[in-house]
Design a protein around this ligand. Structure first.
Ligand code: PMP
Length: 345
């Protein structure tokens, strides 16, 4: 089997080593050079393949996972898809507790990938027995021979990105990176990449992206968990209503908050300007980059890497659906428009 010729032992060998693509038009009014790291090129179409594989293989090494075991997780969708895919390749069962905020496309994708899905209400406190955290814990307890991945409170989540995403970014920019812009959900991507990059060059600035309605930015700035910050929001996978231990706040320099509408608009603009078909949080990362630029964060010699976590195909019934956009009150003449469909009769 010769990887150099593009031949692999199985699908899982394709996890990581994602491409980085220069943004050529959308950033034309901002000083600096901008690159997007396209995590949609993982075989499960998101950055979550990295942590799912790392955590599963760690459990195998420890002898906790054996053929026929069950993988249990709390997931907004992407981690679940990665786990379900790995379970298929390796011969495990997979049970996933998902928030009802996750798009129908994502939930159907998990089921198509062979997982058993439990849809839980999003807008209940994290310690409510119906929350997807509590449901996953209960399934784990009730399923013999199971492991709970627990991505929000698992240091292997950070370790996966420290071992792969961080070194890839350092090598791909030939050590020239000055700023990294990353969405913060569990915090694994931002923390692991940041730890590695700051070890290479402590001057690299780590710019977090949080959602309006999440507690992370305020917690980072004040150390206070402020329940008043919590509001329902639509962006999936970004921001939190709890403080995950899989976030190392000490390596993050600053956060920006992004609104649901701005992130959706920006995702559509990425398509129009760059031809990349991005997930919702890619739009949030792009929007935050512009907000950081407005605050004078970047210079002509800045080399800025944006991590784009997943692919637009997971959001066909959301930000790429004009009816959904209208229902959210997001539809106005500023919205980057799709061309009309022409029906030939
Ligand atoms: N974007 C999407 C689409 C995600 O699914 C996630 C993971 N929840 C993130 C961003 C945030 O990544 P992390 O959990 O590593 O902070």
């Amino acid at each position: 089997m010769n990887r150099d010729l593009g031949v692999y032992k199985n699908l899982l060998e394709l996890v990581g080593k994602t491409p980085m693509v220069r943004l050529n038009r959308i950033t034309k009014n901002i000083p600096g050079t901008f690159f997007a790291k396209l995590e949609m090129f993982n075989p499960g179409h998101s950055a979550k393949d990295r942590i799912a594989l790392h955590i599963v293989e760690n459990a195998e090494k420890k002898g906790i996972l054996k053929p026929g075991s069950t993988i249990v997780e709390t997931t907004s969708g992407n981690t679940g898809f990665s786990l379900a895919m790995i379970a298929m390749v390796k011969g495990y069962q997979c049970k996933l507790a998902v928030s009802d905020k996750s798009s129908v496309d994502k939930i159907d994708g998990l089921r198509a990938m062979g997982a058993e899905v439990f849809v839980c209400p999003a807008n209940v406190p994290a310690d409510d027995p119906r929350s997807y955290y509590e449901v996953a814990k209960r399934i784990h307890k009730e399923t013999p021979n199971s492991i709970y991945i627990n991505q929000y409170f698992n240091e292997l989540n950070i370790e996966a990105h420290y071992a792969t995403t961080g070194p890839e970014i350092w090598e791909q920019t030939e050590g020239k990176i000055t700023h990294l812009v990353v969405a913060s959900g569990t915090g694994g991507t931002i923390s692991g990449s940041a730890q590695y990059l700051k070890e290479q060059n402590p001057n690299v600035k780590i710019l977090g992206v949080d959602a309006v309605g999440s507690v992370l930015k305020k917690y980072h700035e004040t150390g206070e968990f402020d329940e008043n910050e919590i509001k329902p929001y639509k962006i999936e996978g970004l921001g939190k209503n709890l403080i995950p231990t899989s976030t190392d706040f000490s390596v993050i320099d600053i956060y920006e908050k992004v609104s649901d509408k701005d992130a959706a608009y920006k995702a559509r603009e990425i398509i129009k300007e760059e031809g990349i078909f991005p997930g919702y949080t890619c739009g949030a990362v792009m929007q935050a980059t512009e907000q950081y630029a407005e605050k004078g964060m970047f210079y002509d010699d800045s080399v800025v890497v944006l991590i784009f976590p997943d692919h637009g195909s997971r959001y066909m019934n959301k930000i790429y659906n004009d009816t959904w956009m209208e229902e959210q009150g997001f539809y106005d003449e500023q919205l980057p428009q799709n061309k009309p469909t022409n029906y030939i009769k």
